[in-house]
Write a protein that binds this ligand. Sequence first.
Ligand code: C5P
Length: 302
Amino acid sequence: MDKGTPESVSAVAPAKINLVLRVGPPDASGYHPLTTVFQAVDIWDRVTVSSAHKDELTVVGAGDLSGVPLDYSNIVWRAVEALAERTGVRHPVGIQVEKNIPVAGGMAGGSADAAATLVAVNAHWDLGLDHQALREVARTLGSDVPFSLQGGLAIGTGRGDQLTPMTRTTPLHIVIVRSSGQLSTPEIYRRLDILREGRSWTLPRPDELGLAQLGHLGPRDVAHVAANDLGDAAVAAMPELAESLRAVTEAGALAALVSGSGPTIWGIARDRAHAEDITDRVVQKGYLAQATSATDRGTHLD
Ligand code: C5P
């Protein structure tokens, strides 16, 4: 690296929820085509990359980190290798991941870490890749990584990696309830296939669902449109989620849903004060909850 290279560079990437997650039957490769609406929310993982004599990964954070691998199977190293392959540049690097997004919680925490690594390493090694190039690399790392990079609000089709950005004109305040356990995404998709066995499914298109308007709807209308085809499969895998969903609704949320493949739950509030009130009520019942809101931002240097 040249003398102008900074000692360390940090990037932050947002968590996501799916306002709508409709799942079609699996294709020949076993992947399920999606019609989804991704929304970035104001919970961020931070990745700091530093010059080092050898590769090193540390993961810090207040939540349960037991599901985070510390070896080369961690998605941040796959992001580093994908950049190296694309550019021919590979330096040893120290990576610190500060986790605020629930681990294996259905909020794309791993994808956020991958996206933040792409942005931080691109800057640290002065690779000069533009957003389009980073998005191409992101796509090779996982279905949710392109969205984690882009953030904001977007319709996702294909595997969720074909994105149509949308504008948000109304605020969206929500409550996130963490679960103590973790769920595996492929396992939840498999369970969905089992739940649907013997029935035929077609995947609705975004225009059939009227999704283009979602960024302009008030919370009651969002609650009406919100849906998650993976919800029943997640509850089947972790039956106590039924109780968490009920607790969030009883606390006054306009709707409560599983986030992605779970087990995080999210609830829709009328406004910020309402989100805080719902949070207080579910915390009193012993849940780990926080109020947060939609963000227009995506992964960026910090
Ligand atoms: O792409 P990602 O790493 O997020 O997916 C993990 C696994 O989840 C896939 O290997 C696949 O089994 C399942 N999956 C799926 N359909 C999707 C996304 C994920 O079947 N649209």
